[in-house]
Ligand binder design. Structure first.
Ligand code: IPE
Ligand code: IPE
Ligand code: MG
Length: 246
């Protein structure tokens, strides 16, 4: 089971580096409000933070970073905001894909992004394909992602295998469920960060967070930068993970 794996370590004792960091990028709206700007300005500034933080993650040597960009619940926002977020995603992919290809990044998506507009689905698929042969750090974007739906899909897939006679009921264990999740080929989640002071997971990586270290910071996402990521990684290194043992 992934959560039993030891965290990555570089440079000897006391410098444990998280292999997989996930971030709930929250607070764009409040960042804009504080400046008497429209929410869109906050999302735009949030994209700049994505750029800075993904570059910093590569410099640190983090193997995988998963960013919560659009939850399955975010459809509840006004239509205009949803379309602004989709527009920014288009701009981000178009402007940053060359850098990701050059930097040997493997781009991945978790979540049901095929519900997005066909042109956006194609843009995402093409971007993933362009980085598929890379061998470096993995950048995962969670798009129309919901952890409960991910787990339900895993349950459906296992049930179908049992019905088809390909699998015994007794073979359904933690590892079998994990193999069906969108994250099945990623390193185990070591550190989950949420910005903006909210202390909840909002349906993000519920299964994967079982033994992740959780870090809630007050910084609003557009203000989260390379220094903030370094601070988070330092905090992680100081945590003692016990996995139920002593
Ligand atoms: C996070 O910022 C961005 C997305 C959810 C896409 P918010 O838009 O949730 O910002 P707040 O929480 O309203 O400040
Ligand atoms: C979580 O933030 C989703 C993303 C960051 C994409 P929300 O702002 O949507 O979460 P809630 O609604 O405050 O729980
Ligand atoms: Mg929010």
């Amino acid at each position: 089971m992934a959560s039993e794996a030891a965290p990555g370590s570089i440079g000897g004792a006391g410098t444990a580096l998280p292999r997989h960091v996930a971030i709930i990028m929250d607070g764009n709206g409040r960042w804009a409000k504080k400046r008497f700007l429209p929410r869109f300005a906050g999302h735009k500034a949030g994209v700049e933070a994505v750029r800075a933080v993904t570059r910093a993650a590569r410099a640190i040597g983090i193997e995988a970073m998963t960013l919560y960009a659009f939850s399955s619940e975010n459809w509840r926002r006004p239509e205009e905001e949803v379309s602004d977020l989709m527009g920014l995603l288009r701009i981000f992919i178009r402007s940053d894909i060359d850098e990701l290809v050059q930097e040997n990044v493997r781009l991945r998506v978790i979540g049901d992004y095929r519900r997005f507009a066909p042109d956006l689905v194609k843009l995402v698929d093409d971007a993933i394909a362009r980085t598929a042969a890379n061998s470096g750090p993995i950048l995962v974007i969670a798009l129309n992602y919901g952890a409960q739906a991910e787990i339900a899909a895993a349950a459906r897939s296992l049930a179908a295998k049992v019905v088809a006679g390909e699998m015994a009921v007794e073979a359904i264990d933690d590892a079998a469920i994990e193999r069906e999740l969108d994250t099945h080929d990623l390193p185990p989640l070591d550190l989950l960060i949420r910005t903006s002071g909210e202390v909840r997971l909002s349906n993000f990586l519920l299964w994967q967070a079982a033994y992740a270290e959780l870090l809630f910071v007050d910084t609003l996402w557009p203000d989260f930068d390379a220094a903030a990521l370094h601070q988070a990684v330092t905090t992680f290194a100081q945590r003692q993970r016990r996995y139920g043992g002593l």
